[in-house]
Design a binder for this molecule. Sequence first.
Ligand code: ZN
Ligand code: MN
Length: 493
Amino acid sequence: MSNKYIPTIGIETHVQLATKSKLFCSCSNDAREAAPNTLVCPVCMGFPGTLPVLNHQAIRLALRAGLALNGEIAGETQFDRKNYFYPDLPKGYQITQMDHPIVGKGSVEFPLNGSTIKVGITRAHLEEDAGKLTHPPGADYSLVDLNRTGTPLLEIVSEPEMHTAAEAKAYAQEVHSLMRYAGVSDADLYHGNMRFDVNVSVALEGDRGTRTETKNLNSFKAVERTVEYEVKRQSELLEKGEKIAQETRGWDEAKGKTFSQRSKEEAHDYRYFPEPDLPPVVVTGEMLAEAKRDLPMMPNEIRSSLSKAGIGIRDQETLVGDPQAAILLLRISKESPQYTEFAVNWLLGDRIRLQDETGKDLGHAGVHEGSISYVASMVSDGRLSSTNAKALLESLWNEGIGMSENDKAKWRGNLAANISSKVEEQGLLQVSDSGALEEIAAQVIKDNHKIVGDYRAGNERALQALVGQVMKASKGQANPAMVGDILKQKLEK
Ligand code: ZN
Ligand code: MN
């Protein structure tokens, strides 16, 4: 297939806001474990005569999201009715925002293959979710669950200015990170907290294509594969001289294909009009200041700080996905830059294993920037082997899990003494006393005729076997670099 067709991609992202209750009633917003139709009330079931009451927490979260998207925040925002009939929408209309969205133009910037991509945001607006329909196989009816009806969503609309599947996927990942960092959403893709609608068209340079919209994708991989599939499908049609139908499509994960759902001929006229039951919301300077204050360090700030600390691009991306570790590392690199490398290795190695094994994260376990730096200092002055450093951090990790915050603070206040007694108690101190090491080395040479013979016959690797024997004899406490030197000296005599 020739690549003379240029793809144009835009993405609409629905983000479920992490409020306790729904957008316009006090029903719970956590439908994950609930039986169908148990989180409902007359408001979200659309009974006549009920009135919506706006959940102000949704406004606070939308403001934070808007700042994370570098968006222009509206001074005044207004809700509208979008009228259509569908069995999962009991009111017969969705409350959304048309003319006065809470967030206007913004942008998302992220690294991709060594360069920086900037994608414009057209707008982001608040709206309520609809219910969920299931169609039991073979049945002549459908089931409706209204638990999700009224769930607050922020719909983020990108400009159609992406051109590759890789860009589309990276954009989706970045929006996901931004929403998670801003604490706006649990952003749990498995539970549908974020869904992507992907618009794709292809055209010859200078031409405009006809776009299709593939709806409700719930993984980054599906976004990438949908774009790849649509670009290929549309290019092949154009190549055969056929027309692209402007339509809504779905994604079949098992087949790896998009399929037609409904064509534009059936497009609705939504008859939008301002929601008469909700007054406009004025966004005050105070509300904006609060949103700014609540916003932590964002992914791009973390990237540039990590890069200044000398962390490579791959480790940067891993750490961006792991904010706790990233923040900890940045503290270490600021206070004790010489231990940055030790800290990166531990945080991206052993720490991940400990986290998986104990089900606790850095916030709950007993290791903090001070203890990591202190252990690193013991390695660098030869008091701890790197193996024993890991063992020590592991015991600190486990010990901290049961401690109260108060006890942890006390323990940290007396860090050096506490770590030293731990090292002594567990016999972790590295032996760098050459007299003691010489004695063990002499014994090992005496006991291992065959290996010694191999080494003398020119097998360099035999030396490592002897170092291993000395390490074993010293119960892991010998300084391996010193042992190597001592053995060499003795064997060359
Ligand atoms: Zn309700
Ligand atoms: Mn929407």
